[in-house]
Ligand binder design. Sequence first.
Ligand SMILES: Cc1ncc(C[n+]2csc(CCO)c2C)c(N)n1
Length: 231
Amino acid sequence: MKFSERLHEKLQPIWRKNHHHPFVRGMADGTLDPQKFRFYMIQDYLYLIGYAKVFALGAVKADDLETMGKFAALLDGTLNEEMALHRQYAARFGITEEELETAQPSPITLAYTHYMLHTAQNGTLAEVIAAVLPCAWSYWEIGKELYAIPGAADHELYGEWINMYASDEFSQMAQWCIDLLDQHTAGKAEAELTKLEGIFLNTTRFEYMFWDMAYNGEMWPGNEGISKGIV
Ligand SMILES: Cc1ncc(C[n+]2csc(CCO)c2C)c(N)n1
């Protein structure tokens, strides 16, 4: 059994929760409160900054030029394409560039990005991939599911999001990560696989917590003492 098949079995209960989450259901039927999506867009923008840095660490940890080049391309795509799309999309929700640039990460955004960065800084290339894969894989899965719902991809507010994550570009990225992880785990000892599985399940759970954070607008208690800065 490929390692990704083992992970696919393990993630089922969490993915089911993702697909049933009211934030995701609200995008599916178009009833999601735009204020909740607005909060999500801002936090996701901050999340992408952290995620881009993890790709940079993927390039550092890669041991061949092809993989290094791919991580560099993903870093470029996230910073210069996906985040540019976020900026345009955010404008439709009345979010200014200044608001994006000065936004504060919520506790979950901070915990999720810092967990990935910590793992990437201290771990092997396989650990970097295990940390980033749930992001790509679960969005691909949700994008596909929502795209298949008649009318969902044409919704004036959420259609663009659905089209973006159901696109071939994102499915190819997820598949590349899956294949790379399978390649780097083939024949590896069980202790290493258990560690990788733990990392993968943690970021899978963070994906669920991110939906929940966005739906509930979860920020820090009070608003004092939050330092400005990058995630
Ligand atoms: C919380 C959160 N999780 C996953 C994604 C999706 N995503 C972010 S980067 C990337 C890969 C290529 O840039 C993908 C698929 C998101 N936007 N926000």
